[in-house]
Design a protein around this ligand. Structure first.
Ligand code: SAM
Length: 278
């Protein structure tokens, strides 16, 4: 029965997941190709032996820390549903702060040029390309696995105003200039205890770890972004909850003005932006 299967799965996942019941419902609803509301309305239905076995496999993988999004093969971000899998970071809700910052800053600009540095699944850049059909968006990443997923998402969403580019931050961009440069770069220190958590164990280290201090990628981007921005252009960087002050100082030191930090739903500093003075 669906109800019993969900209860057993929730008990098993409770040891390793803070969203055990939700995880179980999402994984079973997807397996049965129905919505969660339908799943709950039909909770006295029985499962076939094959459905039981397939659900047990998913729950075992989830109990081992695999993100629900990898098991489903997709994740919602902004207005989009994106394909995700091992090889890219699962887009997080707080990263939508960068999309908000960019859409606000570009409201008065026509045909803005946007750079999403370290695009992963393409989340930030594709959200902007969809919201602003007149924008030209470059989705750049050093990881071939990530770029393949970003390109697949771009095609599925039919966003001809975005393109994927391989690259190591700004190296290779020549003298290209943008109206907005956005990045959620790796920002964990290589000794960060969170890296030992079961959840992060499945995501690619290149998406998470910046170096000994955690600020290496943020500093590299802050240092070079000004030279790739049009006057009045925006840089917006996601960072860890304790890195706001360091990022504000990196942007001020690089010559940016109008520096401000945005907060996530938990009230933590999460994204800092600045503009290139005119
Ligand atoms: C934290 S993930 C962000 C992914 C996506 N933007 C998101 O917010 O979901 C960081 C991304 O930066 C990429 N990256 C790491 N080092 C890079 C580098 N030197 N140049 C370009 N991209 C890099 C990683 O491959 C990864 O996709």
């Amino acid at each position: 029965m669906i109800r019993a299967a969900l209860e057993a799965a929730t008990r098993r996942l409770a040891r390793t997941s803070s969203s055990a019941r939700l995880d179980a419902e999402l994984l079973l609803a997807d397996l049965l190709a129905i919505g969660r509301a339908q799943l709950l309305a039909r909770d006295t239905d029985t499962l076939t032996a094959e459905q039981h076995a397939a659900f047990a496999t998913r729950i075992a993988r989830r109990a081992n820390g695999e993100p629900v999004a990898y098991l489903l093969g997709r994740r919602d971000f902004w207005t989009l549903t994106l394909a995700v899998g091992p090889g890219v970071l699962v887009p997080r809700p707080e990263t939508e702060l960068l999309v908000e910052a960019a859409l606000e800053a570009m409201a008065g600009r026509t045909a803005p040029r946007v750079l999403d540095l370290g695009t992963g699944s393409g989340a930030i850049g594709l959200a902007i390309a969809c919201a602003r059909p007149d924008a030209h968006v470059d989705l750049l990443d050093a990881s071939p696995a990530a770029l393949a997923i970003a390109e697949a998402n771009r095609r599925t969403l039919g966003l001809g105003n975005a393109r994927t580019l391989p690259g190591d931050w700004f190296a290779g961009l020549g003298s290209a200039r943008y109206d907005a440069i956005l990045s959620n770069p790796p920002y964990l220190a290589d000794s960060d205890p969170h890296l030992a958590s079961l959840e992060l164990a499945h995501e690619p280290p290149v998406a998470l770890v910046a170096g000994p201090t955690g600020l290496e990628a943020l500093a590299a981007i802050a240092r070079r972004a000004l030279g790739h921005l049009e006057p009045g252009g925006l840089v917006a960087l996601e960072h860890g909850a304790t890195q706001g002050e360091a990022v504000r100082s990196l942007l001020a030191g690089a010559g940016f003005g109008a520096i401000r930090t945005r907060f996530d739903l938990a009230g933590l500093e999460r994204a800092t932006q600045g503009t290139r003075p005119d």
